[in-house]
Every structure is written in C-alpha cells, then in structure tokens.
Design a protein around this ligand. Structure first.
Ligand SMILES: [Zn+2]
Length: 289
C-alpha cells in the first residue's frame, strides 16, 4: 500500500468511526490527509461520514483546486489549508462537532486539560478556543492562526473541534481525547469541583511532553537537528518568532509561509552522524518515557 492508498483507507475507516461516535450529523465534518508537498486526499461535501465510500474521495491541491474525483470539495477546506501551510509537520486534519466539546465552544466555557496528567502530556496545558468566524475562506481560517503553532487540537467558537497531526489516526485520537476530557470536566463540575494538578506537577508533565517530542519546543528541536544546527545554550525556542521556531537574524516570522525552508536557513541534508544522533535521541526519549 503506498502513501495515497493508505491515506484513502484511513479516511474511510476514520470517517465511519467519527459518525459512529456521534461527532457529526447530516453532512458535518471533514477529513484530509496530505499525501505529498502539494496534494491532499479529502472527504467530499454532501456525504454523511457514516456512508462515505472510497470512490467518493477527492484529491485537491494546496490552493484548494480539485485534481481528481467526481464529488465537490467541502467549503471548510480553508481551515485545513491554513493548518497545512502553517505546520509542515502536519499530515492530516480532522474537523467534527463532538457534542460535549462543541458545547464548551458554544457556551464559551474554557476546556482546561490540566486536571488530568495524561492529557497534559498528550495535548499540553491548554485547549484554546479560536474566536468565531464563518468557517469559509481566509477569513474563516484566520482565528486558527493564534494557536496553530502551539497546540495540535483546538475548539472553534460556536462551531466544533479541529485536530491535526503527523497522520490521521493521531488527529482522530486527539479529537477523541478532547471530547473525553470535556465529558469528564462536565461530570466533575456537576459533582462539585474541577481540581487541577499543582503547578509543580504541571512542570514535570510538560517536560515529559517535550521529551516525548510533542509541542512547539520539541518540534523546533527536531527541525534544528534535521538542519544540523546545534541549539544555542539556554535559548527557549518557544519564545522565538510567531512560529515558535528559532529564526535567523533578519528573518521576520511573517516572511515564512509555513512551507519550504525557513528564510535564511541553509538547507542541509543530514549526514550519517546527524541521523545517528536523531535515532539516539529518539531512543532516549522512548527510554525516558
Ligand atoms: Zn464544521
């Protein structure tokens, strides 16, 4: 199975799960997987995610133009596009309207993951809500830009949830975890209190998250290693630039579109030593768990 066949199979399987979980009604929700630098396999519009069949999928380029398929593209594609442009590491996006998490986004109540250790490691210390905009075109995608570099899943005010990651399964599990946390927060509130973990514990959990290769800091580290550059001592990459990346002098974050190399950063193919170091670092992260 090549990458595109795998992407198509994942979209069908996960669409059916999304429907089975009751995260969508009617033709709601959309899923996409980036299969190479500028092509994305996606669900079409006007099909229930419970009924989706392989021949209904479409192939779209990153300008939103349909390349293959008989069905029409969905109107919220700009949201997916904004994420792919801002996050070269993202290969899949899932958007749905799971009832409890969407309830938070409608009520304007903050969903705070810091009441459960595992959630902090998986998702970080916040699940932000992007402010409301009609979910079409650049205007609809604009509210995502405030959080897209910092988190891998967010609520959309008066709308739903959007999750993304290195593959569609990861995006799916992230949205699943958000919905699960929303339900727990509702129950805890009904029972009396939502007690968060202490700041000291939170620090430990966020460090664990970084070691697991998750979050903007770990991504910046991976990017630096892949470019063969050592991290300057004591620097906090999360504070550097809007993209949470170490940008070279004179390279304004806005000059980088999110695809291709960072401006001014020489692109180097990793040598044997760099690859060995990457593998060792990955093994170390697994060991440290
Ligand atoms: Zn929607």
């Amino acid at each position: 199975m090549n990458d595109e066949e795998r992407a198509r199979a994942d979209i069908i399987e996960i669409s059916h799960r999304v429907y089975g979980k009751g995260w969508v009604a009617n033709h709601d929700g959309n899923l996409s997987v980036r299969v190479d630098d500028d092509r994305v396999v996606a669900t079409p519009t006007s099909v229930s995610k419970g009924d989706l069949r392989p021949e209904q999928l479409i192939l779209v380029d990153l300008s939103g133009k349909k390349l293959e398929g008989t069905r029409r593209g969905f109107s919220e594609f700009a949201l997916h596009l904004a994420i792919y442009r801002a996050r070269p590491d993202v290969k899949a996006v899932l958007h749905a309207h799971p009832v409890t998490a969407t309830g938070f986004a409608v009520a304007g109540v903050e969903l705070d993951p810091t009441f459960m250790p595992e959630a902090v490691v998986s998702l970080g210390d916040s699940i932000p809500t992007a402010h409301f905009a009609l979910p079409y075109g650049d205007e609809g995608a604009a509210p995502l830009s405030a959080y897209v570099q910092d988190v891998d899943v967010m609520l959309l005010a008066n709308h739903g949830v959007i999750g993304y990651g290195p593959d569609l399964w990861t995006a799916f599990y992230r949205v699943e975890l958000v919905e699960h946390l929303a339900r727990i927060q509702v129950v805890a509130r009904q029972l009396g209190a939502v007690n968060r973990v202490s700041p000291e514990h939170l620090t430990v959990l966020l460090e664990k998250r970084r070691k697991a290769g998750l979050g903007p800091e770990a991504r910046a580290e991976t990017l630096r290693l892949s470019q063969g550059a050592a991290a300057p001592a004591g620097e906090n990459p999360a504070s550097a630039g809007a993209a949470g990346l170490h940008l070279p002098d004179g390279a304004a974050p806005s000059a980088w579109t999110g695809t291709g190399p960072l401006p001014g950063v020489p692109v180097e193919v990793p040598g044997q030593d760099d690859l060995r170091r990457l593998v060792e670092q990955a093994l170390e992260r697994i060991r440290e768990g």
